[in-house]
Design a protein around this ligand. Structure first.
Ligand code: ADP
Length: 490
């Protein structure tokens, strides 16, 4: 008998009041992972009510104790790392080494945010009047809603959940419908660490469940990671209701390889940035801007390198590229092959689903002869597809990078220190790498993008706290008299 993957509301694992369910499948072989609860509006309301009820007590916990609970989360995650990683690979397909890295991000974040329990710094500043004191403090926002995608089932939720919790918020989490089993196992870690009932609530389901959560009057903040289309819908709904929103959306990230680059280093970095996680990372490299002096040799080497990549079930340690997450993703990537043909692009390698008995595999693909304004150079494909654009020089590459509607990650390979610093100054993405691929952010630095990638908020680093806290300015007047500031009514 397959066990039902349930919601976690007010400290109880529960079915939907509607009894509706959906399937979770292994994308490598289409085997059933489990049936999961498809939450209704009422389930979502119950989760928000549970969070509201738990908030006052959780907020009153001394922050250092909340931080210690996060250390316990980190410890349990370390203990269960292999088990969680294997479940992740089975449920969404990324290869096992990447799944381990995904869980490790949550461990790192739990230690980092656990430490914030003893900081959560506010500040004091001098004030204008004698015998008066001023300070600014971070207050928790209240009940926060987290809506997350399937491509980083552990890292992305942890980037949101851990800062939200240490700051004293109560959470309702709606993970992607492709990863219910993993999300339940991750939630269990917090329960086992001793998080009080109702402080973290899990509601499983699809887009309608997410939309219901955004609408809930009790939700003050929404932190969303996913597609641009959905993110903008969430933004509009939330704006009309006066809620705070943090958005992380699409990317169309470029690696610039100049003629003087370390050839092999750049080749490996481009390969893994483009094809790691089958290109299904918001920071994946989907545009190679290669200088014309080395372009023919570099592109030829890249095509040969892509041919060597081992596709298969990510549980096997020697497999390098797993499947796409589901049939819909496979169709979407396939449609871009039509777009490429219509635009007159050469599909130098790949261009079709990989022939296998089951699963949603797509061959690593290289497009050559791409021009900067083409759809395949502008739109996020979210698959193992790399568009090669030849450039004259760094200035042209920077202009191409910066004209994208997205602005998440970019990278330059060069041995010229002057070119490297010009690139750091002039690239307008939220993350810039020098002599490193476009992926691999570390949790202690802000993560996020400019332009259409986000709405100015950042995750990770200490900046993560900004989404989940309100500043409170406090003035203490110990003069015992009515001073001028009060008379001026400022
Ligand atoms: P993807 O195309 O990568 O699956 P989505 O943006 O559709 O990305 O999904 C990201 C998250 O947003 C998922 O948890 C999904 O269920 C949720 N979601 C989808 N549609 C909506 C919506 N209209 N309102 C709120 N959340 C949604």
């Amino acid at each position: 008998m397959i066990e039902l993957i349930c919601n976690y509301i007010g400290g109880q694992w529960q079915e939907s009041e509607s009894r509706a369910v959906f399937r979770s499948e292994n994308p490598a072989n289409e085997a059933l992972i489990g049936m999961a609860v498809d939450s209704s509006e009422q389930d979502v309301a119950a989760a928000v009510a549970a969070a509201q009820a738990a908030f006052a007590d959780w907020r009153a916990w001394p922050a250092p104790r909340r931080g210690e609970l996060l250390y316990e989360v980190a410890r349990i995650l370390e203990e269960r790392k292999e088990e969680l990683s294997r479940l992740m690979t089975r449920e969404m397909g990324k290869v096992i080494v990447e799944a381990r890295g995904d869980v490790q991000e949550a461990i790192d974040m739990a230690y980092f945010m656990g430490g914030e329990g003893r900081r959560l710094n506010g500040y004091t500043a001098p004030v204008e009047m004698p015998n008066k004191f001023g300070m600014a403090l971070r207050d928790p926002a209240g009940v926060v809603a987290l809506i997350t995608p399937w491509n980083f089932p552990c890292a992305v939720p942890s980037w949101k959940m851990l800062p939200a919790l240490v700051a004293g918020n109560a959470v309702v989490w709606k993970p992607a419908e492709d990863v219910p089993a993993f999300s339940a196992a991750f939630t269990q870690v917090f329960a086992d660490a001793g998080l009080p009932a109702g402080v973290l609530n899990l509601v499983l389901g699809g887009g309608e469940t997410g939309a219901a959560l955004v609408r809930q009057p009790g939700v003050r903040v929404i932190s969303f990671t996913g597609s641009t289309e959905t993110g903008l819908q969430v933004y509009q709904t939330a704006a009309a209701l006066g809620k705070k929103v943090s958005l992380e959306m699409g990317g169309k990230n470029a690696i610039i390889v100049l003629d003087d680059a370390d050839f092999n280093l750049a080749l490996e970095a481009v390969t893994w940035s483009a094809y790691g996680t089958s290109g299904q990372r918001c920071t994946a490299c989907s545009r190679l801007l290669v200088q014309n002096g080395i372009a023919p040799r570099f592109t030829a080497a890249l095509i040969e390198r892509a041919k060597t990549l081992q596709l298969g079930d990510g549980l096997h340690e020697d497999v390098q590229i797993g499947p796409l997450v589901n049939g819909k993703a496979l169709e979407k990537v396939g449609r871009y092959m039509e777009v490429a043909r219509e635009e007159g692009v050469t599909i130098a390698i790949g261009g079709q689903p990989a022939q296998r008995q089951a699963g949603h595999f797509f061959e690593p693909t290289v497009f050559t002869g791409v021009k900067r304004a083409m759809r395949v150079a502008q739109e996020e494909i979210f698959g193992p597809v790399l568009a090669v654009i030849e450039i004259e020089d760094l200035d042209e590459a920077i202009a191409i990078n910066n004209e994208s509607i997205y602005g998440l990650s970019s990278s330059v390979f060069t041995t010229d220190v002057n070119a490297a610093f010009r690139a750091i100054r002039d690239l307008t993405t939220g993350i810039v790498y020098i002599n490193h691929g476009t992926t691999g952010a570390e949790i202690q630095f802000p993560f996020g993008g400019t332009r259409g990638t986000g709405n100015g908020m950042r995750e990770a680093g200490l900046t993560a706290l900004d989404a989940f806290t309100e500043w409170k300015s406090v003035y203490v007047d110990y003069s015992g008299t009515l001073q001028r500031a009060q008379i001026d009514n400022r």
